[in-house]
Design a protein around this ligand. Structure first.
Ligand SMILES: Cc1ncc(COP(=O)(O)O)c(C=O)c1O
Length: 344
């Protein structure tokens, strides 16, 4: 499939830069020039890339972000705030950007209670989400979450539709699911794809999208939270990543079963229980050149993507087989779930 932004960057003529950035080395890291389009009013390559991305993600409109999913969360919440929403129901283990955006936008959070099981957060039930939504003007769920579990999106969509309230999904960890019935875009009115986390985009590359009913408002809102100096390498990488072939989950799922991972819903998150031996296991792996995503005191989490190589999984499998496991604390130990624990 054609890559509009990368092709434009490749086709650039060598030129003398009397424009930003100050390094003056005209390469991929350019600014908005006569030929490189403008993210605030796209009409050229960026418009074409956003149109393709929207089609692939199942959106009426998608907006490329170079400021991470965080700016997408702010944009979604501002869009519903502008439409009159003041109270947002969201699980207690939501990413801190949800609470921060609500505070900044003068919105009130209606926390959806969550527990932990095997030391990881349990997604709220459809009933709990529905009850919280009854007290709120919008529902924001995270799916999949950092530990690879899905929110009850079909039921949440039905409840939100019945109540005439918008469903927002933080899909910071789910962009590899596009085109499947597990993707946020199959259910949400507005959603974020954190492309840089599970697809081959540069760090901070993300997309925020909306269906037809919310596209215009999201377009207005996104202007408040995107940088006015977007990074072209990041923009090009987001288009590339969304167009990257979808991976087959089969091999990762077999790996998880063989490695004794905690069973979860999402092939890209592999949770190996080490309990009190987490630090020891992490040090051993790192001494062998293998770095996990997370050590939460219960699990080492290994984050896969379509770019994970078979040989790398093989090496990890071999190392894991040599390492003693500890016992997972049923309740999350102090210091566990480090990102989500700062939530609501
Ligand atoms: C669930 C969730 N939402 C949003 C974010 C924010 O994403 P970003 O770091 O791309 O801004 C994160 C980051 O870890 C996250 O885990």
């Amino acid at each position: 499939m054609r890559l509009y932004i990368a092709d434009m960057l490749r086709a650039q003529k060598k030129h003398i830069s009397f424009h930003t950035p100050g390094h003056k080395r005209a390469g991929a890291d350019i600014t908005e020039l006569s030929y490189s389009d403008n993210l605030y009013a796209p009409h050229g390559v960026l418009a074409c890339a956003e149109r393709d991305v929207a089609r692939i993600l199942g959106a009426a409109k998608s907006f490329l972000l170079t400021d991470g999913s965080t700016s997408g969360v702010y944009s979604m919440l501002f869009a519903v705030r502008k439409a009159g929403a003041r109270r947002v129901a969201a699980p207690v283990f939501s990413h801190p950007s949800v609470a921060h955006a609500c505070e900044a936008l003068g919105m009130t959070l209606v926390p959806i209670p969550q527990t932990t099981r095997y030391g990881v957060p349990v997604q709220p039930s459809a009933e709990a989400a529905g009850e919280a939504l009854a007290q709120a003007d919008a529902l924001l769920l995270t799916s999949p979450d950092y530990y690879g579990f899905f929110a009850p999106l079909p039921a949440a969509k039905a409840a939100a539709e019945a109540a005439g309230k918008p469903l927002l999904v933080d899909g910071a960890h789910g962009s590899h699911l596009h085109g499947t019935p597990l993707h946020a875009g199959a259910y949400a009115d507005l959603w974020v794809d954190g492309v840089h986390k599970s697809l081959p985009a540069l760090t901070q590359g993300a997309v925020v999208s909306a269906n037809a009913a919310w596209a215009e408002r999201l377009g207005e809102s996104v202007r408040y939270f995107r940088t006015t100096s977007p990074s072209y390498p990041i923009l090009a990488s987001v288009e590339y990543a969304v167009k990257y072939p979808i991976a087959d989950a089969g091999e990762a799922e077999r790996f998880k079963a063989e490695a004794g991972a905690l069973p979860n819903d999402d092939w890209t998150k592999v949770l190996i229980p080490f309990g009190a031996r987490c630090a020891e296991a992490q040090a051993y792996l790192e001494a062998h050149g293998v770095y996990p995503e997370l050590n939460d005191g219960n699990y080492l989490m290994f984050y896969l993507s379509p770019c994970t190589k078979r040989a790398e999984l093989k090496k990890l499998r071999r190392l894991l087989a040599q390492m003693p496991r500890g016992t997972v604390a049923e309740d999350a130990p102090a210091g566990a779930i480090p990102i989500y624990s700062e939530g609501l």
